[in-house]
Design a protein. Structure first.
Length: 161
């Protein structure tokens, strides 16, 4: 079942990309006591994710912080090595927290996974954006089509805060 507004995030462990290498962090640890914008996407370096989705969150970082957001985080079903390279390549390093969900544990537990096997990509995260306060979903915007980044865009969730 897909999470919804008012739900607590499911327990899962990410591999957070840090300057010192990957750091295991649970949803409880990462989101506790903080107001975080989380966005999920199908994959690093994929066209819509790379050109349309991630850039808006980087560009609007100051606007999110001005609205009281403690951190902006992204997750995808990629390993931490890929996400570390993507963070550097996009200039997001130090601005967006990259949470690797390599085995799709979080995506599956949250009901935000989908099977992209017909396109050769296996199980992936759906594209979404969410406002999370102390581990509870306050806003959730899930795209219906994987190639779109409208409802899940930085501008859309920024207007909801």
């Amino acid at each position: 079942m897909t999470i919804k507004i008012g739900d607590k995030l499911p327990n899962a462990t990410f591999r957070m990309v840090t300057p010192d290498g990957p750091k295991p962090v649970t949803t409880q640890e990462y989101f506790a006591g903080r107001k975080i914008v989380l966005f999920g996407l199908p994959g690093a370096f994929t066209p819509t994710c790379h050109k349309n989705h991630l850039p808006g969150f980087i560009a609007d970082e100051a606007k999110f912080k001005a609205k009281g957001i403690d951190a902006i985080a992204m997750t995808s079903v990629n390993d931490h090595h890929v996400l570390a390279v993507w963070a550097k390549a996009t200039g997001a390093e130090g601005h967006i927290d990259f949470l690797a969900d390599g085995a799709a544990d979080f995506a599956k537990a949250a009901g935000l996974d989908y099977d992209a096997s017909p396109g050769g990509m296996g199980i992936r995260s759906r594209r979404y954006s969410a406002l999370i306060e102390d581990g509870v979903v306050k806003q959730l915007n899930i795209e219906e089509a994987p190639g779109k980044a409208d409802l899940s865009s930085a501008a859309h969730i920024l207007a909801q805060i």
